[in-house]
Write a protein that binds this ligand. Structure first.
Ligand code: SF4
Length: 104
């Protein structure tokens, strides 16, 4: 009997995964990533950079870092209409202000 499995018996190496440029959804999943917004990815990177201390992300003084304006998981230049869309999209999910004790 032949069965199918979602586990690839021959997973690609990091080099093989990196060879797909730009990364596709399929190769991203194969590398272990779940779908997420760029803002959530930036927030995750900032937490990684700050040893997962949300307070340190908030206090980050590396103002020349390209991620700095986005480190709260919010887009500072979006207009009110886009902010409303983001708020709707974020409802029911963790927000940056919940995890770092509130926005200023
Ligand atoms: S903004 Fe600050 S916390 Fe985020 S990646 Fe840059 S240096 Fe790290």
């Amino acid at each position: 009997m032949i069965t199918t499995s979602s586990v690839d018996p021959h997973p690609k190496s990091r080099t093989e995964l990196a060879a797909t440029w730009p990364p596709t959804a399929a190769v991203s999943r194969e590398a272990g990533h779940e779908p997420q917004s760029p803002l959530r990815a930036i927030r995750a990177k900032c937490l990684d950079c700050s040893c997962y201390q949300a307070s340190e992300v908030r206090l980050c003084e590396a103002i020349k870092c390209p991620l700095w304006p986005f480190r709260a998981g919010r887009h500072p230049w979006w207009g009110e209409r886009e902010k409303a869309c983001q708020t709707l999209a974020d409802s029911g999910r963790e927000t940056a202000s919940e995890s770092d004790g509130g926005a200023p």
